[in-house]
Design a protein around this ligand. Structure first.
Ligand SMILES: Cc1cc2nc3c(=O)[nH]c(=O)nc-3n(C[C@H](O)[C@H](O)[C@H](O)COP(=O)(O)O)c2cc1C
Length: 414
């Protein structure tokens, strides 16, 4: 039986350990986590989700309070369309986050940034162009386009000097989505350097409807590989979603994937950005504690722990400070749901909004505990401490477990 270390991910002449730690916003896949993956010869992701907040936290900038101050007059209004991002500030925050991360990079691996199209920021094209260009300016090794079809995203940066040298890839959940992406971008004469095929067991948002359980990753990967072969295209395919052991990963590599993208097992590492108390919730979770629901205003189903404090919370939308999900006309499904509840219960001191959540605020506060379907197995990856809590893991330990383990074994920490 082969193990992950018997394979390499190849980008031209460069060879990498075929393990990618997936992007986890908002700063759950921290720079520290991504840098560990790079140091160990694989690929790590930072995320640009709510990057102004991340910059404030990490580098003591004051972008969020300045934005809130500018739009304070609008806080009580049910119409958030006035709230705009300043592109200069967005660029600076992205450069801070990416630049500082890349300065700290050691080792032979790479650091990519995860860019979600659904962060429409009340001006989808301009803000996405700024995010992508600033990340390239600041030296990111590669960009993974996610949460959206990204049909126009390559074109936004086609004039950037690094357009053909940085590694650019996309996450898809079907061969059809990939075919559409390739067709739309044919005129640019620039293929993606990699394609992540994400199946229905992943964490975060899913590229499926609520019928996600009818799909499986192995079939999707096989379909994408067959499609690429039929088109005579050689693009590395990276399998993602529900890959829990080194043996699971090696199985995908043996069947033609070039690498695996994993995330859930790293949520309980010391380098992960979740607060330690939340990491214990991930460890404690049973299979029945995990659900896929439709409370994300993006319209995509999302997987999370049922105990997430953000579920059912009826807070006032915080778009003046955040506003990352405002669409091109300044709307967000949570604002509509919240306004409906206010109209139904005009005298209520505290509201509950069940069908949608204020994702910006709750992700910022780590109150939506998104996870992959395998999160209930995390407790088997560590040891209990004398106080009954679960011992956090080192990212290196988990990375090496994926790289070297066989026979479905999971190595416990020493
Ligand atoms: C806590 C968490 C947050 C995530 N956030 C994002 C995200 O912001 N953008 C994204 O494209 N994928 C996100 N994902 C998906 C991962 O990058 C990855 O593709 C997937 O979870 C891999 O499956 P696994 O968790 O079963 O290993 C997230 C996953 C987790 C567990």
């Amino acid at each position: 039986m082969k193990r992950v270390d018997d394979f390499r991910l190849r980008f031209g002449k460069q060879e990498l350990v075929p393990i990618v730690i997936g992007g986890m916003g908002v700063d759950i896949s921290t720079a520290e986590l991504a840098l560990e993956a790079a140091r160990l010869g694989g690929i790590g992701h930072i995320s640009d989700a709510m990057v102004q907040t991340v910059s404030d936290r990490r580098f003591d900038t004051k972008f969020v309070s300045a934005k809130l101050k500018q739009y304070k007059y609008n806080v009580a209004s049910s119409d958030k369309s006035a709230v705009q991002f300043n592109l200069g500030v967005l660029e600076e925050a992205t450069r801070n986050h990416v630049g500082k991360t890349m300065e700290a990079k050691r080792g032979d691996g790479m650091v990519f940034i995860n860019c979600m199209e659904k962060l429409t920021m009340n001006a989808p094209r301009d803000t996405l162009r700024t995010r992508l260009s600033a990340a390239l300016d600041a030296g990111i090794d590669g960009i993974t386009l996610s949460a959206g079809l990204h049909l126009g995203s390559f074109a936004l940066i086609e004039d950037h000097p690094r357009f053909r040298d940085a590694k650019l890839g996309i996450i898809v959940s079907s061969a059809r989505a990939l075919a559409m992406f390739l067709r739309k971008n044919a005129r640019l004469n620039r293929l993606p350097d990699f394609v992540v095929v994400e199946g229905p067991l992943a964490g975060g948002h899913l590229g499926f409807g609520m019928d996600w359980a009818q799909y499986d990753l192995a079939t999707l990967v096989a379909e994408v590989l067959a499609y690429l072969k039929s088109e005579h295209l050689e693009i590395p395919v990276i399998a993602a979603g529900g890959i829990f052991t080194g043996s699971d990963a090696a199985g995908f590599l043996e069947r033609g994937a070039a690498a695996v993208q994993v995330a859930t097992r790293f949520t309980v590492t010391r380098e992960c950005g979740l607060p330690d108390k939340v990491k214990q919730e991930y460890f404690k979770a049973g299979e029945d504690d995990i659900e896929v629901n439709t409370i994300s205003p993006t319209g995509y189903p999302m997987r999370m722990l049922k105990g997430s404090p953000g579920i059912g919370a009826g807070i006032r939308p915080n778009c003046e400070a955040y506003g990352y999900l405002l669409d091109a006309s300044g709307k967000c499904a949570y604002i509509d749901a919240y306004n409906r509840e206010v109209a139904l219960h005009p005298d209520a001191k505290k509201l509950s909004v069940k069908d949608k959540t204020c994702l910006c605020t709750h992700m910022r506060n780590f109150d939506i505990w998104t996870c992959g379907q395998t999160a209930w197995r995390l407790k088997d990856t560590t040891r209990r401490l004398t106080d009954g809590s679960y011992g956090l893991l080192g990212a290196e330990h988990v990375f090496h477990d994926y790289q070297f383990s066989v026979d479905q074994k999971v190595a416990l920490p020493p």
